[in-house]
Design a protein around this ligand. Structure first.
Ligand code: SF4
Ligand code: SF4
Length: 263
């Protein structure tokens, strides 16, 4: 998901095989200009990897580096990166000479740039047939004057976007499902809090699964329990599936209530 500001010129639609010319490196005059005054929405997987890189709990990471927001069209909670209170509203991870100090773990939005996504369907039922892309051409960005050529697919792979979108697919699916409901169908505040915990606060969600009556309430296979205990990406994806079942009654067979121990 890319929240970068776009130019007033209507973007040209691109497919995975469309070519564009772009390169970003320390030698460009605009180096790090794009890391100031921006609105970066963080995906669940971004938070997981960034907080690991910074050796923080998800709770600590959220408190120090993020701001909670509501994504208007979907009426769902999201988090954005909290910018510094300096003159240029800089990203907390940018250094003038070195650039991004968490480059290997930078957010998905930063990886997409200068590519934007339009109406990408993440729904498993629909596949991604509606996906289209466009270049985000901002006046200050000189990367388009470089001569390195890419297809959109090559860019996505090079930047690690494919992997991230695959992990976040269930989160996007929840957003798309909610967005497609009539505006009058709202999630309760309690449900929104649950969504926030699962998607953005993985440590709290782990406690919720393993230190509450959760596993007494649902028939979860032993191998699945083992998997989500040892792999937090799997835990996150398990959380997406659980929310989908709880909010949209989809995939409920994976979350059958335990009759004997029901609380
Ligand atoms: S996370 Fe890194 S790449 Fe993204 S805006 Fe901040 S410094 Fe720039
Ligand atoms: S503005 Fe464009 S070329 Fe300049 S640092 Fe950012 S992405 Fe690279």
């Amino acid at each position: 998901m890319n929240d970068q500001k776009i130019s007033a010129i209507p973007p040209e639609q691109m497919g995975l095989n469309t070519r564009f010319t772009f390169q970003c490196h320390k030698g460009v005059k605009c180096f790090t200009d794009c890391c100031r005054g921006i609105d970066i929405m963080l995906t669940p997987y971004d938070i997981l990897t960034m907080r690991r890189k910074l050796d923080l709990s998800s709770e600590e990471f959220l408190a120090v580096f993020t701001e909670p927001k509501i994504l208007e069209k979907a009426d769902m909670p999201v988090v954005t990166l909290k910018l510094l209170d300096d003159e240029r509203k800089s990203c907390p991870f940018v250094e003038d000479k070195e650039g991004c100090v968490i480059y290997e773990d930078r957010p998905t939005t930063c990886r997409y740039y200068p590519i934007g996504v339009g109406a990408l369907s993440y729904s498993r039922e629909q596949g991604d047939k509606d996906a289209f892309f466009f270049t985000v051409k901002e006046a200050h960005c000189l990367g388009f004057e470089e001569d390195k050529e890419w297809t959109v697919a090559q860019w996505r792979q090079d930047q690690g976007i494919d992997l991230r979108d695959a992990v976040n697919e269930g989160w996007m699916d929840l957003m798309v499902r909610k967005k497609s409901l009539p505006p009058s169908m709202k999630l309760s505040e309690e449900s929104k809090k649950m969504f926030f915990m699962v998607c953005y606060n993985i440590d709290k969600f782990r406690d919720f699964v393993f230190d509450s009556s959760f596993l007494d309430r649902y028939e979860i296979p032993a191998d699945k329990i083992k998997e989500i205990q040892s792999d937090e990406v799997k835990l996150l994806q398990f959380g997406f599936e659980w929310l989908k079942s709880a909010f949209f009654h989809a995939g409920r067979k994976n979350f059958q209530a335990k009759n004997s121990k029901k609380t």
